[in-house]
Design a protein around this ligand. Structure first.
Ligand code: CTP
Length: 403
């Protein structure tokens, strides 16, 4: 018996989204297009969870279909990708919908991005290019069977049984980033990989590794996984040996320890604290094409790990060691070395400031620029050792220098 989720859809989606989909539905029926909600949104409707993106697939040409919508002023077209025949459009109430033409893909090289072999294929052919059964469901938007879920691969059953299952044995060879996608979905929905999928993953990780894969996809999935700030994701990443995918190391660290530090110190790039504890392969770091500020985190980690603190440190030594290093890198350094000085710096020392500025020191009578710099540094040293506390003390110290 077929499953119809029209009721669920009406209960879960906003009126704006439902109106936009209604306009799509009418236009499709009037012009003999078959259109479907596809992928994540159908999965999320079945799971009664909120979806981020609305993906519609058009059996045929999505650009042609969207032009019909735009002609009737139902939507504005924001972006067209002519090679893949995909369109992003915005409807009333700022509802954005991604339209894709059904397509068949082929992976000419393992782990590289796929090439499209056919655009405008059947829905069934489109479904087989996808990652997991739970992401391969479609829901008809045509009047005749509005809300009917089309399941060619057993996705409904897998959602019920909380299973993540690939569509075919070659799935991870074609796209190893799916290993991380499985981790993301497992954590997000509390699902498990089915036995065969788990075996295929282990086989890939232990025998198929090669550096020549799509690192952009791997990076994007790592970012999504670790941005969840989930101890479980990190523990599973280590237990499932996913770090081998990025030629990383396995540290003796528990996800909960990282999560607690992140919650306390609030670094901007949460995901890079998790990643920084496992990724130390320079070649792979290069492949990730990090932004300048992301790259600095890795150069800082390298610096801190290669220039260890000596055993007897004054607060000033500690300050100088961590000064100018990113919070993310200091946290990674702490996690890898357990040196308490790192937390002392983040918690206390980094907050110590010299209150006097150069102009004020000049007004007090010291004119030479180099000397001003040296005095500022001396004041900092004294503040860090606790022998100077207030601004008044700083002024007294400068005056004593003049005498
Ligand atoms: N997909 C895939 N292989 C990938 C990435 C995506 O097969 N490496 C397919 C999946 O069918 C997925 C769809 O493309 O459902 C859309 O991808 P994406 O937006 O990344 O995934 P969603 O399932 O929508 O997940 P999310 O809820 O995180 O947006």
């Amino acid at each position: 018996m077929s499953l119809n989720i029209e009721k669920q859809m009406k209960a879960q989606l906003s009126d704006e989204i439902l109106n936009a989909l209604e306009l799509c539905s009418q236009t499709a029926d009037e012009n003999n297009f078959k259109i479907y909600l596809i992928g994540g949104i159908v999965r999320d409707l079945l799971l009664k969870k909120k979806s981020v993106d609305i993906d519609v697939t058009v059996e045929g040409d999505a650009i042609e279909f969207c032009h019909l919508l735009a002609e009737k002023k139902y939507c504005k077209i924001l972006q067209v990708q002519s090679a893949l025949k995909t369109v992003k459009a915005v409807f009333k109430g700022k509802t954005e919908i991604d339209f894709a033409s059904t397509r068949q893909e082929f992976y000419p090289h393992r782990g590289h991005l796929p090439v499209v072999v056919k655009i405008g294929c059947s829905l069934q052919e489109d479904v087989y290019r996808r990652d997991f059964t739970i992401n391969s469901l479609a829901m008809s938007l045509n009047k005749k069977n509005y809300g009917e879920v089309i399941d060619y691969v057993g996705g409904i059953k897998d959602i019920k049984n909380k299973k993540i299952r690939v569509l075919h044995d070659n799935s991870f060879n074609e796209d190893p980033s799916r290993i991380l996608r499985a981790l993301k979905f497992a954590a997000r929905f509390d699902f498990c990989r089915d036995k065969h999928t788990k075996m295929l993953q282990e086989k890939y990780i232990n025998t198929q590794l090669h550096e020549d894969i799509s690192w952009a996809r791997i990076k994007s999935e790592l970012k999504q996984c670790f941005s969840l700030n989930s101890a479980k994701v990190y523990d599973m990443f280590l237990v499932n040996e996913n770090y081998k995918l990025i030629y990383g190391q396995k540290p003796e660290i528990k996800g909960l320890e990282i999560k607690n530090l992140i919650d306390k110190y609030n670094p901007y790039n949460v995901w890079l604290v998790y990643l920084g504890t496992v990724l130390n392969n320079k070649k792979i770091i290069e492949q990730f094409c990090f932004t300048r500020s992301e790259k600095k985190i890795f150069t800082d980690i390298e610096f801190l790990m290669n220039n260890r603190l000596s055993v007897m440190n004054t607060n000033y030594d500690i300050y100088k060691f961590f000064e100018k290093r990113t919070t993310e890198s200091i946290l990674v350094y702490y996690l890898l070395t357990q040196r308490k000085e790192a937390l002392k710096y983040l918690e206390n020392l980094s907050l110590v400031r010299v209150e006097l500025n150069g102009d004020e020191i000049q007004e007090l009578g010291i004119k030479n620029g180099k000397e001003i710099g040296e005095i500022l540094e001396e004041i900092l040293k004294k503040k860090l050792s606790g022998s100077i506390v207030k601004k008044g003390d700083e002024i007294e110290f400068v005056k004593s220098k003049i005498k």
